[in-house]
Write a protein that binds this ligand. Structure first.
Ligand code: ZN
Length: 243
C-alpha cells in the first residue's frame, strides 16, 4: 500500500491541494495533526482531508486548542489571535471531525501515529536524538510517524551500536527502513526548515520505503487570504521564508 503521510496542514488549503495533486497515486492518507491553526481555510482543509481514502488522523495541539481543550493562554500573542479566529470560524462539522480523532493510534502493525511524540502525543517536540531515544519505549510498533516540528527528519535506532541517528532527508533519496525509528514528513502548510515548499512523504507499507517530498505551491494566494481574513501578518510572511 502506498500511503501519503502528511502533517501540519495548518489551514493552508492551497498547499494541501497541491500536495494531493503532486502525490498523485496513493491508497491511504495518514495525517499527523494540526489540520487547523495559522492559516485562512480551516473548514476547507478539514473537508478535503475527510474525503481522502483510508484516512487515519490524529489531532495536534492547534486542533485541540481550537476545540477548546486547552487554554488559549498557552499560545503566544499571534498564535493566540489566530486561534481565537479559528474558533470563531470553525463549522460544526469541522469540530465534530476534529473531536473524533484519537491522540495516538497504531496505523498498522508497523507504525504508530502521533502529532508531537509517542510519549506526549500533543505537545512534545522531537528535535534531537536524545528526545527520540527517550520515546522509543513509548510505542510498540517498529516505527512512529510524527509531526509538530515542521521539519522533515528521520531518527533511526541502530540496535548493534545502541545509538540513535538523525538524518535530514533529501527529495529524490528514498530511505529503506529497518530496525526502529521515528519519522517526520515535515509540514504541508507552514514549513520551518528554510524551504518554503510544502513537505510530505510517501510510505510504502510492503517495501518499507520512506520517500521525502517537496512541492512548490502558490504562496502569494495564501498570503492574500491571510490578510483578507485579518490574521497576523507574521503568519503570511513566514510562509515565503519557510521559517
Ligand atoms: Zn504545527
Amino acid at each position: 500500500m502506498r500511503v501519503l503521510v502528511i502533517s501540519d496542514i495548518h489551514a493552508n488549503y492551497t498547499a494541501f491541494e497541491t500536495v494531493l495533486e503532486d502525490a498523485d497515486d496513493f491508497d491511504a492518507v495518514w495525517c499527523l495533526g494540526d489540520v487547523v491553526g495559522y492559516g485562512p481555510d480551516p473548514n476547507a482543509c478539514v473537508e478535503l482531508l475527510s474525503e481522502q481514502p483510508n484516512l487515519i488522523c490524529v489531532p495536534g495541539n492547534h486542533d485541540s486548542a481550537a476545540m477548546g481543550d486547552m487554554p488559549a493562554e498557552s499560545f503566544n500573542g499571534d498564535a493566540r489571535r489566530s486561534l481565537l479566529w479559528q474558533q470563531k470560524v470553525l463549522s460544526a462539522s469541522s469540530m465534530e471531525f476534529l473531536d473524533s480523532l484519537p491522540k495516538k493510534i497504531e496505523a498498522n502493525k508497523n507504525v504508530t501515529l502521533a502529532h508531537g511524540s509517542p510519549r506526549d502525543p500533543v505537545w512534545e517536540y522531537v528535535l534531537n536524538t536524545m528526545t527520540a531515544r527517550m520515546n522509543l519505549p513509548e510505542f510498540d510498533t517498529d516505527f512512529a510517524f510524527i509531526g509538530h516540528t515542521h521539519v522533515q527528519s528521520v531518527f533511526m535506532y541502530d540496535e548493534k551500536e545502541d545509538r540513535v541517528s538523525l538524518d535530514i532527508p533529501h527529495v529524490g533519496m528514498p530511505i529503506s527502513l529497518s530496525g526502529r525509528g521515528i519519522l517526520n514528513p515535515g509540514s504541508v502548510g507552514q514549513p520551518r526548515d528554510r524551504d518554503p515548499r510544502a513537505a510530505y512523504a510517501i510510505y510504502d507499507t510492503e517495501a518499507l520505503i520512506w520517500e521525502p517530498q517537496r512541492i512548490a505551491y502558490d504562496i502569494e494566494t495564501v498570503q492574500a487570504r491571510i490578510r483578507e481574513a485579518g490574521l497576523p501578518e507574521k503568519h503570511a510572511l513566514r510562509l515565503a521564508e519557510g521559517g
